[in-house]
Design a protein around this ligand. Structure first.
Ligand code: PMP
Length: 287
């Protein structure tokens, strides 16, 4: 496995950074998770746009232009000889001193890891996941704006811990007002009477790239899509519930807090959207 580290291609063993990196000391940095399908980088521009927007927002200078980053991604994939997998692109503030001041960390660290992906088994897409809601709340837009895909993932880790304790793989996080926000690393959708709903990002959800693709696909297929805040009650009584994310793609939910959703398996609209999404990943992308 070859890792890109600040202009060098190094082995996993040699991919090391300083303990003074503010990404490590303070979670000061940003990242992206990107899929490679058939040797293509799926939604490459969208992921890089989000990365560079996150960087701008937190005043982090990425030492590569966006098109250079694109080339580096391609080269890292080529060196790893991977046709299907996952890219983790991390830009941390870089090494500084023990104070918070980012001016003391003038050189960001850029890291690209390319790996095989362990994904849900295919039958999970048919049966749907069991999930629960958790008490951890999503930050509403403030310094930890959910639009910034930062290295501050403690909220999400706490959701994951609560999911683990409940014996489920993904869980539902609400915002501090009680509106449904998202999962630990997935966006959420519900379907009621043929209409597809997803929370607007201002309730506290990442602007997921899979989410955006599904919104677009809904338009193309003629499904009404509404970005509206909703509560757990709406989730419990939905006909269908599903999560979207780079790793999960579009995965149905069959049970939420012991309430059976619809028929207790992947519903027709979820199945249709997954099918169309999988068509899209085959044709879309950068070589
Ligand atoms: N929400 C959070 C908190 C995430 O970390 C992710 C994964 N990046 C998502 C949603 C899904 O976003 P995407 O479709 O861009 O992977």
């Amino acid at each position: 496995q070859i890792i890109y580290l600040n202009g060098q291609y190094v082995s996993k063993e040699d991919a090391k950074i300083s303990v003074y990196d503010h990404g490590f000391l303070y979670g000061d940095g940003i990242f992206e998770g990107i899929r490679i399908y058939n040797g293509n980088i799926f939604k490459s521009k969208e992921h890089l746009d989000r990365l560079y927007d996150s960087a701008k927002s937190i005043m982090l200078d990425i030492p590569l232009k966006q098109d250079e980053m694109q080339q580096v991604l391609i080269e890292t994939i080529r060196r790893n000889e991977l046709r299907d997998g996952y890219i983790r692109l991390v830009v941390s503030r870089g090494p500084g001193d023990l104070g918070l001041d980012p001016r003391r960390s003038p050189k960001a660290n850029v890291i690209i890891i390319v790996e095989q992906l362990s994904i849900y088994p295919e039958e999970a897409y048919l049966r749907g996941l069991k999930t629960v809601s958790v008490s951890t709340r999503r930050n509403v837009p403030d310094a930890l704006n959910p639009k910034i895909k930062s290295l501050n993932y403690l909220n999400n880790i706490l959701v994951k811990i609560q999911a683990n304790l409940a014996g489920v793989g993904e869980a539902i996080m609400l915002n501090s007002q009680g509106y449904v926000a998202e999962g630990s690393s997935d966006n959420i959708f519900i379907v009621k009477r043929g209409v597809v709903y997803t929370p607007p990002c201002y309730v506290g959800a990442l602007e997921g790239i899979t989410r955006a693709a599904i919104i677009e696909i809904c338009g193309e297929l003629g499904y009404t899509l509404k970005e509206e805040p909703f509560t757990l009650h709406d989730v419990y009584v939905a006909d269908e519930v599903f999560f979207t994310g780079t790793a999960a793609e579009v995965i149905a939910v069959r049970e939420v807090d012991a309430r059976i959703i619809g028929e207790g398996k992947a519903g027709p609209i979820t199945t249709h959207l997954l099918k169309e999404f999988r068509k899209l990943v085959e044709i879309d992308g950068v070589k």
